[in-house]
Design a protein around this ligand. Structure first.
Ligand code: DGL
Length: 269
């Protein structure tokens, strides 16, 4: 396969990263994509930085066997713990989701007070806080973990009374923080956008980093002369466990049909 026809690799801990995959399909309609969901080892959110980093390295190793020309780390937790070390170790261009989300939030906020929600791992790492303050040292950042949003999204309970109760519990404290922008710093949270928006109120703009990440990938491919400008794309979906469940729930995340799902092993599961 010629250089620019090679696919872009995308990985997440499971199905959530399909929201990023969807943005890539829309923004880069000629690019072939290989998605790997580490469904045998999900969730990454509550695991230690060392464990998540090891998984991330194994996932990129796996994607390189598919001859990818670039990698998108679609998982916020993996980006938080491993993006820097991955870039040092691999020569491929590697894009994470935290920088793009932070830049979009910085452009949007007028009050200079930004909220971030994510997994325990992402919030505890301070990665969004660091990214935002590097862009603009005047920003005040308030971050909170919302771990139960992940299973609610997986179960399709995005409009359930339980989702509203949990959202109120997690998000009500933001009302006193004066934020006008809230970063959805987890792959699953865009599916709960409606309940999150209703809870934080109209004055708060929600930032979904998927579109911004796709734009960064487009810019990077153009800069490195790696873009594929024409032709039908090919899409592959790999998982480390439970392909049928991935197929069923994944179609909701992706917003379109998933043909076949292949089972592979990343590292010593
Ligand atoms: N993909 C993870 C993230 O974006 C959420 C799910 C998990 O905990 O693995 O942080």
């Amino acid at each position: 396969m010629s250089g620019n026809d090679r696919p872009i690799g995308v990985f997440d801990s499971g199905i959530g990263g399909l929201t990023v995959m969807h943005a890539l399909m829309t923004r880069l309609p000629h690019e072939s994509l290989v998605y790997f969901g580490d469904t045998a080892r999900v969730p990454y959110g509550p695991k230690s930085p060392a464990t998540v980093s090891r998984f991330a390295f194994e996932n990129v190793d796996l994607l390189t066997t598919c001859d990818v020309k670039a990698v998108v780390v679609a998982c916020n937790t993996a980006t938080a713990h491993a993006l820097g070390p991955l870039r040092e170790r691999f020569e491929l261009p590697i894009v994470g989701v935290i920088g793009p989300g932070a830049r979009a939030a910085e452009r949007k906020t007028a009050s200079r007070r930004v909220g971030v929600i994510g997994t325990h791992g992402t919030v505890g790492s301070g990665a969004y806080q660091k990214a935002l303050q590097t862009i603009n040292g005047d920003l005040v950042v308030v971050a909170r973990a919302c771990p139960l949003f992940v299973p609610l999204a997986e179960e399709g309970m995005t409009d359930h009374p339980a989702a509203r109760l949990i959202a109120t519990d997690y998000l009500a404290p933001f009302k006193d923080d004066g934020i006008d922008t809230l970063i959805l710093g987890c792959t699953h949270y865009p599916l709960l956008k409606a309940v999150i928006a209703a809870t934080v109120g109209e004055g708060v703009t929600l930032i979904d980093s998927a579109d911004e990440t796709a734009s960064e990938v487009a810019a990077l491919l153009a800069e490195r002369e790696l873009a594929r400008a024409a032709g039908e794309p090919a899409y592959r979906f790999l998982v480390s466990d439970l392909p049928d469940q991935f197929l069923k729930i994944g179609q909701r995340f992706l917003g379109r049909e998933i043909g076949a799902v292949e089972v592979v092993s990343a590292g010593a599961v």
